[in-house]
Ligand binder design. Structure first.
Ligand code: GRF
Length: 196
């Protein structure tokens, strides 16, 4: 039974694009919706170009009322009836209630080697700490920010003279490799972490 996947984005959606492209052939999942909290997100146009249904729920219309925003988001999701949610560059913090509803079925990609550097500015923090390696993590989403069971990680070297942009670009390449591999395994019911 093919798993139905909804992808949540906030911006360009480069991870979304790779995920959609990966769900081809005998893949155990298919993308049924791409939804953004920003109606102007460039990823919405890219998803539409790939023939994927899209929706936007502008979080600014809810003026900080997270439960109201999430109720509108859930209404869009209900129309597509996804089995799995993939957060891909989705920049809104979700309430415990929403996360609980999707417990065990919602994945996120975070640009650090969790549990290091939960939250924002991960690359700047790794450089500041003088780390010699960095990377990205795909994890199940739980109520605690960037804290759920790890489903995959990819590592990159931190090179002398790296700027934040240099490191972000190097990690992003690995995000695009890692997330599709994790989703394919997860959709088959295999929780064995993908380590790259
Ligand atoms: C990426 O660095 C990802 O790690 C973070 O959001 C950034 C943009 O992702 N979650 P995308 O290009 O919109 O997929």
């Amino acid at each position: 039974m093919t798993k139905r996947v909804a992808i949540l984005i906030s911006g360009g959606g480069s991870n979304m694009i790779r995920l959609v492209e990966s769900m081809a052939g005998d893949h155990p999942a298919s993308c049924v919706l791409v939804v953004s909290n920003d109606p102007a997100a460039a990823g919405l146009l890219r998803a539409a170009e790939m023939g994927i249904p899209t929706a936007a729920v502008d979080h600014r219309a809810f003026k900080g009322d997270r439960p109201a925003f999430e109720a509108a988001l859930q209404a869009e999701l209900d129309k597509a009836a996804p089995d799995i949610l993939c957060l891909a560059g989705f920049m809104r913090v979700l309430t415990a209630g929403f996360v609980q509803h999707w417990d065990g079925r919602m994945l996120n990609i975070h640009p650090s080697l969790l549990p290091k550097y939960k939250g924002l500015h991960t690359h700047a923090r790794a450089l500041e700490a003088g780390d010699t390696e960095a990377g990205c993590t795909v994890h199940l989403v739980t109520a605690a920010l960037d804290d759920g069971p790890i489903l995959g990680q990819a590592r990159v070297p931190v090179l002398p003279g790296d700027t934040e942009a240099d490191l972000a670009a190097r990690v992003l390449v690995q995000e695009h490799r890692l997330y599709p591999l994790v989703l394919e395994r997860f959709a088959r019911g295999d929780l064995t972490p993908v380590m790259l």
